[in-house]
Design a protein around this ligand. Structure first.
Ligand SMILES: [Zn+2]
Length: 230
């Protein structure tokens, strides 16, 4: 993971960001530790993402990230911080993608215990119950960021090729953003489902969003890349 230069935020200017997965099978503990080391040593923000605590990523691994960040003196950054164009500093931007609101909610004591502020990239918001929507608002009230991750989690380049860029935004981006806004959120960053993107989509989406986020893949020491730009 330390070799994946594109997953380190270097400060304002880059608007297409890139995270690396820490779900089971996407990274190993040594690779994650090396990523945290590089964030500390190079003064950069390492961008990590996962999905479902206790299912796709062990809670123990998340705990290791939280304690590892603290041990290295790393700060926590949400994607709203990055959208604000904050200067880079030794830090972690941890995000959770899709819709596992109940599992995220159960993580609150652990996040609070470490003073961690994270970002939730929301897809399938229309499936959230009233209670789950309230939980997302409660997470936002605790200082976590809520961002957009499409309506149905389709591959953006495929949809855009078939129906056009405007249709992708009209069908898969705006309704999700509008639904979040209606519940009091202000999503400023969009994460591509599967990280699948094109430069054309970037240009189009960056008219509406401060930043877009894609992903890299790490299976240290082997590195397989990459929907992310160089
Ligand atoms: Zn996703």
């Amino acid at each position: 993971m330390s070799a994946l230069s594109e997953v380190y935020y270097r400060g304002p200017g880059e608007r297409v960001l890139c995270a690396v997965g820490i779900d089971h099978g996407r990274a190993d503990d040594a690779g994650i530790a090396a990523g945290l080391d590089r964030a500390r040593d190079d003064g950069l923000v390492v961008q990590l993402y996962a999905h479902v605590p206790g299912r796709t990523v062990a809670v123990e691994r998340l705990e290791a990230v939280l304690t590892g960040a603290r041990a290295r003196g790393l700060d926590w950054f949400t994607y709203d911080d990055l959208a604000d164009g904050v200067a880079a500093a030794p830090g972690v931007a941890l995000s959770f993608d899709d819709a596992a609101i109940d599992e995220w909610w159960s993580l609150v004591p652990l996040l609070d215990a470490h003073g961690a502020r994270v970002t939730f990239f929301i897809a399938y918001y229309e499936t959230f119950s009233a209670e789950q929507r309230q939980r997302l608002r409660d997470l936002a009230a605790r200082g976590h960021a809520v961002a957009a991750h499409s309506v149905r989690h389709l591959r953006a380049p495929d949809y855009a090729e078939r129906h056009g860029l405007a249709a992708y935004v009209a069908d898969e981006v705006r309704p999700g953003v509008d639904a979040l806004r209606a519940d009091g959120h202000a999503p400023r960053v969009f994460a591509y489902p599967y990280g699948a993107r094109t430069s054309e989509l970037d240009r189009y989406l960056l008219e509406d969003f401060a930043l877009v986020r894609s992903i890299s893949f790490s299976r240290d020491p082997l590195v397989v890349v990459d929907p992310c730009p160089e």
